[in-house]
Design a protein around this ligand. Structure first.
Ligand code: MG
Length: 161
């Protein structure tokens, strides 16, 4: 059996007048902030896509979904994730598991983690117990700590029989 591991990272700015979508789940920020970006700016799903692409040395999401392409304006990142999963499957690889850490001061993510894991697992075609989603604050340090943005780190493990 052949194994591959990939890692991904993403950060988007928190701004007024935008939805806050993480792991495909729409959340309410206490100050009404959301994530800025060309697509729906779902940092969690973006970091996972980069981890999956990185495991197979396929480049990054900017290569497949360039931010200057009008097709991806306001795109549902879960739909983009499906396309990345298809690239992985076309090459004969399957997903063993993924794991992620979202770095956000607010809102509290814990009540929503189950829904995020279920939404991601559905698009990955795996059981939710293969999808790790964790949340941490940055102890009010740095850009995520000052709530200038929300960041996410992710890893993915793939196997080929
Ligand atoms: Mg992004």
């Amino acid at each position: 059996m052949d194994l591959r591991i990939g890692n991904g990272y993403d950060i988007h700015r928190l701004v007024p007048g935008r939805p806050l979508i993480l792991g495909g789940v729409r959340l309410d920020h206490p100050d009404g902030l959301g994530l800025d970006g060309h697509s729906d700016a779902d940092v969690l799903v973006h970091a996972l896509m980069d981890a999956l692409l990185g495991a197979l040395s396929l480049g990054d999401i900017g290569k497949y979904f360039p931010p200057d392409d009008p097709r991806w304006r306001g795109a549902d990142s879960l739909v983009l994730l499906e396309q990345v999963v298809a690239l992985v499957a076309e090459r004969g690889w399957s997903i063993v598991n993924v794991d992620s850490v979202v770095v956000a001061e607010r809102p509290k993510l814990k009540p929503h983690i189950g829904a995020m894991r279920a939404a991601i697992a559905d698009r990955l075609g795996v059981e939710p117990d293969r999808v790790g989603v964790k949340a941490t604050t940055n102890e009010q340090l740095g850009p995520t700590g000052r709530e200038e943005g929300i960041a996410c780190h992710a890893v993915a493990l793939l196997q080929k029989p």
